[in-house]
Design a protein around this ligand. Structure first.
Ligand code: GDP
Ligand code: MN
Length: 382
């Protein structure tokens, strides 16, 4: 779950990471009240879960109540990359001497946490990585050892942060690491991390992504519920207990097992198509699960064909076939199904399906053959 900037900053505060005083507002009137509280000058910031708000005009400085009102009026309701602004964050404006970058995330291939720091902050870090990779200092952190102040100090020195900022930045990194680990984040990023003209180092922005798998040990995350920007398809899938991730293509996908589902995405790509989703129905591919899966895919208006890819191991293909036939009787599908059924009892399964085949339900022998067929039915290469 991604947090809004203001939520990220509140999360940072729990771990002692310094930010500017501020508050949220949903109306220009509230914005003025928050500005009086924070103290002028203030900055009015659009709260949307996309970057580049500054460039889009969603971040504006204000010297008095009149300006706050005007900016809040302009920003509230604004569309930033398809996200409507319903909330603004008002904080006391900082006098910036330098802008840096700092983040923690997981480096899966190294099996360690990765900390990145750069003296080139305030700009897109991907751009820095592409044009000036040497400007990003990195260190892997072994989760068993954790991050010491010494290692953090060396990192900020390597990154070339201003000397007067280094001590505070190193301490802040240790706190950001605690936030990332104890706070169960997938990503904790500060861009920009700033040095103020008064010599203070603090977070001017916050990008925090929480690891949903850790929600069970964070009852306090409840407060973030309801502010999530959810994919309607994912909401429905969650209600039905399905392991579903929405994507932007035209071939709906159902597979049993996460590995097979991922291979199915690959093979659809190989066949020149694009997947509309990831959906792993696990081992229990009975009629209820199959009907629920088809229901969710059916609500996706972009879907033109559905590729059901089942490999029977413990799951028996005859059971799956029965499930599909029964589910087809319950769900009024908009798109044709291409089915690949292999493994345990595949022959029995195909026999069950034989009487139900039509141009709306097609069986293919191989995974690649089925992918090609589904991509063709979905309108081919795009
Ligand atoms: P983003 O564009 O969505 O990443 O939003 P940020 O919160 O990172 O802000 C973008 C830029 O606005 C920063 O890099 C700063 O240059 C500027 N900015 C934000 N807050 C302040 C502030 O308090 N004072 C000043 N002078 N500039 C600010
Ligand atoms: Mn930023």
């Amino acid at each position: 779950m991604d947090l809004y900037e203001y939520q990220g900053k509140q999360y940072f505060a729990r771990f002692g990471i310094p930010t500017s005083p501020g508050g949220v507002a949903t109306t220009p009137g509230e914005a003025v009240i928050q500005a009086e509280e924070a103290g002028y000058p203030v900055v009015v910031k659009a709260q949307v879960k996309v970057g580049g708000r500054g460039k889009a005009g969603g971040i504006r400085l204000a010297a008095d109540a009149g300006e706050v009102r005007r900016h809040a009026e302009a920003i509230l309701g604004m569309d930033i990359k398809g996200h409507r602004v319903d909330v603004v964050w008002i904080e006391h404006a900082s006098d910036i001497a330098s802008e840096y970058y700092a983040s923690f995330t997981l480096d899966r291939s190294a099996k360690k946490h990765l900390c990145m720091v750069s003296a080139k902050g305030g700009v897109d870090i991907e751009e820095v990585a592409a044009t000036d990779p040497g400007a990003i200092a990195k260190v892997h952190v072994d989760p068993v050892d954790g991050l010491s102040v010494d290692v953090a100090a060396r990192l900020v020195a390597d990154a070339g942060l201003d000397e007067e900022a280094q001590g505070q930045a190193a301490e802040l990194l240790v706190r950001l690491y605690a936030c990332y680990v104890e706070g169960d984040c997938d990503l904790a990023e500060i861009n920009p991390l700033i040095l103020t003209t008064e010599g203070r180092v603090h977070a001017l922005d916050a990008k925090v992504s929480l690891d949903d798998n850790a929600a069970y040990r964070h009852p306090e995350w409840e407060e973030f519920a309801g502010t999530e920007t959810l994919d309607e398809r994912e909401v429905l899938a969650k209600e039905k207990g399905l392991n579903y991730i929405g994507l932007s293509g035209s071939v709906g996908i159902i597979a049993n097992g996460a590995g097979l589902a991922m291979s199915t995405l690959d093979v659809v790509n190989q066949a020149g198509g694009t997947a509309a989703n990831f959906l792993d129905i696990g081992g229990g591919a009975n009629a209820d699960v199959m009907a629920a899966a088809l229901d969710v895919i059916n609500t996706d208006q972009a879907v033109r064909a559905i590729f059901v890819n089942i490999f029977g191991g413990i799951t028996r293909c005859d059971e799956v076939a029965k499930g599909i036939v029964e589910a087809l009787g319950r769900v009024d599908l908009r798109s044709p199904i291409v089915l690949r059924l292999d493994g345990t009892n595949a022959v029995e399964g195909r026999a069950i399906l034989a009487g139900h085949l039509s141009d709306r339900l097609v069986v293919e022998e191989t995974m690649l053959g089925a992918a090609r067929r589904a991509v063709g039915l979905a309108g081919g290469n795009r």
